[in-house]
Design a protein around this ligand. Sequence first.
Ligand code: 23J
Ligand code: MN
Length: 259
Amino acid sequence: MSGVLTQLVDELNRGTLKVVDLTQPLGPSTPVIGLPPIFASSPGMTIDVISKYDDKGPAWYWNTIRMGEHTGTHFDAPIHWITGKDLPNNACDTIPVSRFVGPACVIDVTGDVSRDPDFLLTPERLEEWEAEHGRIPGGAWVLLRTGWSRRSDVASFINAREDGPHSPGFDARTSKVLAEGRDVLGVGVETIGTDAGQAGTFDPPFPNHATMHGAGKIGLASLCNLHQLPPTGAIVIAAPLKIVNGSGSPLRVIAITPA
Ligand code: 23J
Ligand code: MN
């Protein structure tokens, strides 16, 4: 075994490294994104028992699950957006597995978001973070820590008003810097999607989806426990189900981080 893997196992056993779960529970009460009614909506999760140690299966328990690909803590593949539809290896089953693992850069904007739920990460704010923590390396996950995952009731998580949902995200210019300038693996957020709640009204609409997926980058939505990660130094593993031609997938996202 290579030295680094031996050391990894050793440090996990000794507790100097720990595994952190960045995943929200997935069930029938998991919220799904509400788009304007002219668009089709994604079904929430349903779970139906096939058998539970009963007449239908005396010694076994199992369920049938049904949900949209973009439900709960989930992965956005480049094929999800029209800008990424013709890229090579753009779907859940064809993205190289090497792209599911990378170092995490965690940008904490919790304070800004508590003052303004529509807060957008600007390039200037990103550069401030880089001045303190170093330039975001190519192939990194950029995780936007907003504190949003503390909103455990659906209404405050969606935070809808008459004019639609209000939740934080990325300024359109920042998505370009991250995709083109920094060549990230992708971005991860605590909110229901990788665009801000009001991004449907932006020009172009949903600019983070358009830019990231057009550049072959990945999105991770509805993450939690980002406060357990340092600004740099953790590794994140986010491997979606191998859905043939899948646009995304619920998944278990885990980090390995210094304890
Ligand atoms: C479809 C349309 C708009 C958005 C989304 C999906 C998502 O956030 C998603 O889950 O990818 S904003
Ligand atoms: Mn999605």
